[in-house]
Design a protein around this ligand. Sequence first.
Ligand code: TYD
Length: 135
Amino acid sequence: MTDQARIITLPKICDPRGNLSVIESYAQVPFEIKRAYWIHDIPGGKYRNGHAFRTQSELMVALSGSFTVVTCSANGLAEERFTLSQASCGLYLPPMTWRSIEDFSTNALVLVISSGEYNPLEYIRDFNLFKQLAK
Ligand code: TYD
């Protein structure tokens, strides 16, 4: 079966001093972690336009607040919506997954763990091209 976008439940070490979650390469994510970036200070009403990565995988986590990721898989081009609102859950996005992000809550903080270093050539920003390449 082709890999597909899915929610991954991360370990959550509950503690009265504050809970702790963790992500390690090939443990919680099926790839080696090469990069982390985060989207923060998001003004109300904003959204991130869609794109897909040719070969890179990602895991997205709502470190605070909530947002919705709309995905379209290369496999069957089916659209799915994932609302992330817990810091102990991640959305795994395999290569060739079209995604856009919307419905950011106040104080939303998006952590993204990636299998690759930043490379603009990895991006597919045209949905029609994505559909062609997905065939
Ligand atoms: P980008 O991933 O293109 O976001 P979006 O598709 O939602 O517009 O990133 C926005 C900008 O940030 C772009 O100019 C490239 C830069 N950027 C980096 O320099 N390094 C990174 O790891 C990422 C993710 C983005």
